[in-house]
Write a protein that binds this ligand. Structure first.
Ligand code: KG4
Ligand code: ZN
Length: 334
């Protein structure tokens, strides 16, 4: 590890403008996240053009502040790492172009980071002494994937959602319950006040072979239930729906870890901040002698420290960098 190696991380793939400075491979010296949620909440979801314009407006100030908090200037940076996919093309373009400009101006290397790989690096930051191999469960607003992490940089996709992501389902059901966007955190809180056994929602694909997920039908089941029972207690709906999502994620996550003969399941992405998911997975992991690890909630939701960490790894350990011609890749996968 090079102690004076500073990486500037930039994340703008969706509706968070995030900038971080990382020292070496795992020392977070500044980590700023500006959420545009308030801007999009009245539309019930992210409006791409509004997101692009707001990233453009906020990003230069966040970079300045992140460097100031780190006590360094652009000339002290060693690397710039920015998310280049997956995500919304306009927002990606803003972060990518800004990052390239800083790298070019400072005469330092630039690296584009896969946002999904970035989520896995939240674990590397929070538990550097707990390296691969492990099973990664990425649960976010845009993705629900199981990934075998043989080592950092070496991944095998084991399963993914065939329709909605878990977070997307949470946000859509939250909207049905009158919760503003994004609804995950509030739905998780509300569920704590309800009875998870009040309504028997389906557990989609829980018993099916393989490790794919499906959450679109479950969301529709909630919609139909609410139409039939308009007076249903919101906390009971939240608790019953969330327990169905959590059951499926926990069952598939633990089973995939076991099937691939791994001892650890690492859960990352915004939905990994859910208290109910954390509690249920910890319980099932104990039962099956599988260690379940979660980064702290602030590193589960979108942030740039994880992007800087993935970038620093690829550059310092693997010797990689990208040309400034690197284009955004909205549909990037593993
Ligand atoms: O990883 P993330 O910040 O952004 C994407 O890459 O999509 O994940 C955002 C998702 C949203 O669907 C949001 O509702 C959900 O994570 N989320 C939560 C919590 N905090 C955010 N879901 C459950 N419990 C939370 N505490
Ligand atoms: Zn994310």
């Amino acid at each position: 590890m090079t102690p004076s190696f500073y990486t500037l991380g930039i994340e703008t793939s969706c509706d968070e403008t995030a900038v971080a400075v990382l020292k070496g491979e795992d020392d977070i010296v500044s980590n700023l996240v500006y959420s545009q949620a308030g801007l999009h909440s009245r539309y019930g979801g992210v409006v791409p053009e509004v997101a692009s314009r707001d990233h453009l407006r906020k990003l230069p100030y966040l970079v300045k502040e992140a460097l100031a908090q780190a006590g360094i200037g652009p000339a002290d940076l060693s690397l710039v790492a920015a998310t280049y996919g997956p995500g919304l093309v306009g927002p990606l373009l803003v972060g990518l172009s800004h990052g390239k400009g800083i790298a070019f101006g400072a005469g330092i290397p630039f690296l584009g980071v896969n946002h999904l790989e970035g989520h896995l690096f939240a674990h590397r930051l929070s538990a550097p002494a707990s390296p691969p191999p492990f099973m990664g469960l990425i649960v976010s607003g845009g993705h629900t994937s199981l990934v075998e992490v043989r080592e950092y940089g070496d991944y095998r996709l084991v399963g993914a959602t065939v329709d909605d992501a878990a977070g997307e389902a949470l946000d859509k059901v939250g909207k049905l319950l009158g919760i503003g966007y994004p609804a995950g955190a509030e739905l998780d809180r509300l569920a704590g006040e309800g009875d998870p056994r009040a309504i028997a929602f389906p557990r989609p694909m829980e018993g099916s072979p393989g490790f794919d997920f499906s959450f679109a039908g479950l969301k529709t089941a909630v919609l139909y239930h609410l139409r039939k029972h308009p007076g249903e207690k919101a906390a009971d709906v939240a608790a019953s729906f969330l327990s169905s999502v959590v059951d499926v994620l926990a069952a598939k996550g633990i089973e995939a870890t076991r099937r691939y003969r791994l001892k650890r399941l690492v859960v990352v992405g915004g939905v990994a901040a859910s208290l109910r998911l954390r509690q249920e997975l910890a319980r099932r992991g104990k039962e099956r002698s599988i260690e379940v690890a979660f980064p702290p909630p602030a590193l589960c939701t979108d942030n740039a420290a994880m992007i800087a960490s993935a970038g620093a790894f690829h550059h310092l350990v693997r010797g990689e960098s990208h040309p400034l011609s690197l284009a955004p890749a909205p549909s990037l996968s593993f």
